[in-house]
Design a protein around this ligand. Structure first.
Ligand code: SAM
Length: 291
């Protein structure tokens, strides 16, 4: 049995061998606890029947577990210094392809069809670089990729906002954006002590399973997301006040009142109390008045 990469000792040995110095600007915090990684495999439900995509393999801690538990692994790493290290640490595995690219610039769809030559389900599993958590996730969700789920280690506070339900202080436009595309849940909370170097905040494993259909019918997606964002602009203000301010010059007060009436939503409510379905009704009626 091979010695796992994800231990404090082995990680130190690898870093020393290559004289590797962390780049804070790339969000380099490496996992040094193999049990956390095994739990991630369970949260993501990784089996030999799925292919996996990893973002930011680092020195290969998670990549190794994906190689063991899944069929084929494709891992995107931006830091060129890590490529020869990965070739060394992952040498025992023949089912890994490392792509030296910025995940935000890679044509993931194209690479999937090139590199995954079978019809297996594709899942994303990653310990994300925290400085670009939201851009990466939104890009993955909007790119209409052939993936069925995304399981990622991210900052705890961001995970809680993404998975939040209404009438909580974490619920906001980010919750709606993520949950429009996925069913979101938190798999586990992870203390900062299992990373080298330790980040400033605790982490969580967020599990997103892709929806096959959008949960609501929208006249215009951009208008919907724009209205949701405007509704939460000042959380303590009423919906009416936030929306009057946002739609100044676009909708009259009468049109706004009509929008509330037709969607049967009380303008004195706060955004925090609205379900996605209620936001959709409101957005569709408001949209109809802008044209
Ligand atoms: N997977 C490793 C682990 O769990 O120990 C490392 C995780 S570390 C939090 C994030 C990794 O993402 C680093 O290796 C970093 O170089 C890489 N990274 C940062 N920005 C990236 C980008 N735009 N595209 C691809 N990889 C990126």
């Amino acid at each position: 049995e091979l010695k796992a990469i994800a231990t404090p000792k082995r990680t130190k040995e690898i870093l020393n061998k290559y004289g590797f110095s962390f780049k804070k600007s790339l969000g380099q915090n490496f996992l040094v606890d193999v049990n956390i990684l095994k739990n991630m495999m369970q949260v993501a439900d990784i089996t030999k029947d799925v292919n996996t995509i990893e973002i930011g393999p680092g020195i290969g801690a998670l990549t190794e577990q994906l190689a063991i538990h899944s069929n084929q692994v494709m891992a995107f790493e931006i830091d060129q210094r890590l490529i020869p290290i990965l070739e060394d640490t992952l040498a025992p595995y023949s089912n890994i392809q490392i792509v030296n690219k910025d995940i935000l610039k890679a044509d993931i769809k194209q690479l999937c069809s090139e590199r995954f030559t079978d019809e297996r389900e594709i899942k994303v599993v990653a310990n994300l670089p925290y400085y670009i958590t939201t851009p990466i996730l939104m890009q993955l969700l909007m790119a209409k990729l052939p993936i069925t789920s995304i399981t990622v280690m991210i900052q705890r506070e961001v995970a809680e906002r993404m998975a939040a339900v209404r009438n909580t202080k974490e619920y906001g436009s980010l919750s709606i954006a993520i949950q429009y595309y996925t069913n979101a849940s938190i798999g586990m909370i992870v203390p900062k002590t299992v990373f080298n170097p330790q980040p400033r905040v605790d982490s969580a494993v967020l599990h997103l399973s892709m929806r096959e259909q959008p949960p609501v019918e929208l006249n215009d997606e951009d208008f919907f997301f724009d209205l949701v964002q405007a509704s939460f602009q000042q959380r303590r203000k009423t919906l009416r006040n936030n929306l009057i301010r946002h739609f100044t010059g676009i909708l009259t007060k009468e049109e706004i009142e009509q929008g509330f009436e037709l969607s049967e939503i009380d303008g004195t409510r706060r955004a925090e109390s609205l379900s996605m379905e209620e936001f959709a009704r409101l957005a569709n009626h408001f949209y109809a008045r802008t044209n």
